[in-house]
Design a protein around this ligand. Structure first.
Ligand code: PGA
Length: 224
């Protein structure tokens, strides 16, 4: 119907995405905006806690989240894989070691994201489930800062594979072979249950589903 089609060509789209999805969704947004030049987009990038708060207050049209909290009544559509991998600087003593026990990795100094980060939550839960307590060397507020401090030799970390694809390809970081990894998670497209999505939001949701990225699970390096 013509009116609905016109609705898609104009209007505003408010997105809120996880810091890990920042490595995927903005690129997809490029193609979408080229196809719909009349749509004005505002995109917030935040950690899990920030996005859950925004979702609870219905501040945006669509969210790209991990598992949403159970206390919110929301619609979730699986979008793409978001695996977590352990990373280290090249030349790390554990480089090339096969099936490192989680308890052994936990003895290394760890670089962690800020409280409120879903990456941190998942990582801490995994090691707690293996009876291991992480030795936090440093806590930093972004994936970029975690990567830089790991590359600088301050410790090891667990990050979304999407965030470290470039550094692994360049050899600036290496993936470690730790038993139980990668931790398999998925991004979901989320919105409040019962919310009437705008034509622009429906069109972007369809665009995301049609352009799902394939997961980038790196194979652990054979040598440091
Ligand atoms: P975050 O991203 O660590 O920025 O909260 C979470 C996730 O990818 O689940």
């Amino acid at each position: 119907d013509v009116a609905a089609l016109q609705g898609v060509e104009r209007g505003r789209l408010r997105l809120a995405i996880l810091t890990t999805a920042k490595y995927v969704v903005p690129k997809l947004l490029g193609g979408f905006c080229a196809a719909h030049p009349g749509i004005e987009v505002a995109m917030v990038v935040g950690n899990r806690e920030t996005l859950v708060q925004r979702l609870a207050q219905n501040q945006d049209d669509l969210y790209v989240l991990g598992q949403p909290p159970e206390h919110l009544d929301v619609v979730c559509e699986a979008f793409a894989d978001n695996p977590l991998v352990p990373i280290a600087p090249p030349g790390h003593p554990l480089a090339g070691v096969r099936a490192i026990p989680p308890q052994r990795l936990a003895q290394e100094p760890f670089i962690l994201r800020e409280p409120g980060s879903g990456t941190r939550l998942t990582t801490e839960r995994f090691f707690a489930a293996h009876g291991a307590r992480l030795r936090t060397r440093l806590e930093v507020g972004s994936n970029e800062a975690v990567k830089q401090t790991v590359a600088g030799g301050l410790g090891v970390a667990v990050l979304s594979a999407h965030t470290v694809a470039a550094e692994l390809a360049l050899g600036e970081l290496i993936a470690l072979d730790v038993a139980g990894f990668p931790l398999l998670r998925r991004w979901q497209i989320v919105y409040p249950h019962g919310k009437r999505l705008s034509p622009a939001a429906l069109a972007f949701k369809a665009w995301l589903r049609d352009h799902r990225p394939t997961a980038a699970v790196p194979s652990p390096s054979a040598a440091g």
